[in-house]
Design a protein around this ligand. Structure first.
Ligand code: SAM
Length: 303
């Protein structure tokens, strides 16, 4: 069998973090996406804990405040540090934004505590290099209307973060020991024993359960940052097959993989979007050894 074209081919594939970035930080060409605080944007408000945050809607038209275009504004805000103390009333200014938490509750919050929740359209595949940034996305990009699948739940650390924020979450792992331990540590989380390569039908059933119950569907994939990009690419192909044609397609797929992050950083444009996705995919998905070729049953030829 030869390598087929990229899965999620209509999605925006972006390098959210290159191997150069410090843990917990994002690729500068991409990071401004998280600071696009235009009116109506949903933002996650940091409450200084991995397990707490809330989403709110931006009310202030900040572009009127400082006269910058949207792109310039987002770049400026991504490096903005507000000098004043927390809790100080300032009114409308570029350092604080008026947010609406619910119909009756509004308040001014420092931009340094806000992360934009990426809109569901365009749908994206985001590639990160390490765990802190992966979990930062889990913490900020998931809210009360989302169903989330995490592949590679391990001890359940990230699954519990997702569970605190989303409407419904299923973590899966292929290690019985880790599944038992994570269930013991986080009894409120749903964690299933599953090797997604061996039981795609069960993977499909779990996806459907989340898709049926929630407004949006999001997927986080971390089967080990050091794993070859071939293995991670196989999971993405499988996921695409499993969810294709469903009414609630995933609007966000976050992938943690060191080799994919390096390959994405080397092939993206100034907006951190991977250029020439087809070629890039064939390079990443190709087995790097004959052993891998046998394991995945694919040749290095382009499909
Ligand atoms: C690095 S850990 C994930 C850590 C987790 N994302 C977190 O932030 O706490 C990778 C996990 O992927 C699991 N894994 C590897 N291949 C898998 C597969 N085919 N199906 C399900 N889980 C898999 C491993 O057992 C391991 O626990």
């Amino acid at each position: 069998m030869s390598i087929s074209g990229p899965p999620f081919s209509q999605y925006l594939w972006q390098c959210a973090q290159s191997p150069e970035e410090k843990p917990g930080t994002f690729f500068p060409d991409w990071a401004y996406n998280l600071k696009a605080f235009i009116p109506g944007a949903i933002v996650a408000v940091d409450k200084r804990s991995n397990l707490k945050h809330c989403h709110a809607t931006v009310v202030t038209d900040i572009s009127l405040c400082c006269g910058l275009g949207e792109d310039e504004l987002c770049k400026a805000l991504s490096t903005f540090k507000h000098p004043r103390r927390e809790g100080e009333w300032m009114g409308d200014d570029p350092g604080r934004l008026l947010l609406e938490f619910s119909e009756a509750v509004r308040g001014y919050i420092s931009v340094s505590r806000l992360t934009r929740v990426l809109p569901c359209s365009p749908a994206r595949v985001l590639i990160v290099n390490e765990t802190v940034s992966y979990r930062r996305l889990a913490k900020t990009q998931v809210g009360k209307v989302d169903g989330v699948l995490e592949i590679g739940s391990s001890f359940g650390e990230c699954t519990q973060i997702l569970t605190k924020h989303a409407a419904a979450v299923i973590g899966i792992d292929n290690s019985q020991e880790l599944v038992e331990e994570s269930r013991r540590r986080y009894p409120f989380c749903r964690i299933e024993l599953l090797n997604c390569f061996q039981d795609p039908l069960q993977l499909q059933r779990l996806c459907s359960q989340l898709q049926d119950r929630c407004e949006n569907f999001k997927i986080f994939v971390d089967i080990g940052g050091e794993r070859s990009s071939t293995a991670v690419c196989r999971i993405l192909v499988l996921l695409d097959e499993v969810v294709r044609g469903s009414l609630c397609a995933p609007c966000l797929v976050v992938v943690k993989c060191k080799s994919l992050s390096a390959a994405a950083a080397a092939s993206c444009d100034e907006r951190a979007t991977i250029c020439n996705l087809l070629d890039w995919w064939h390079r990443c998905a190709a087995p790097t050894s004959t052993r891998q070729q046998r394991k995945w049953g694919i040749s290095r030829e382009h499909g």
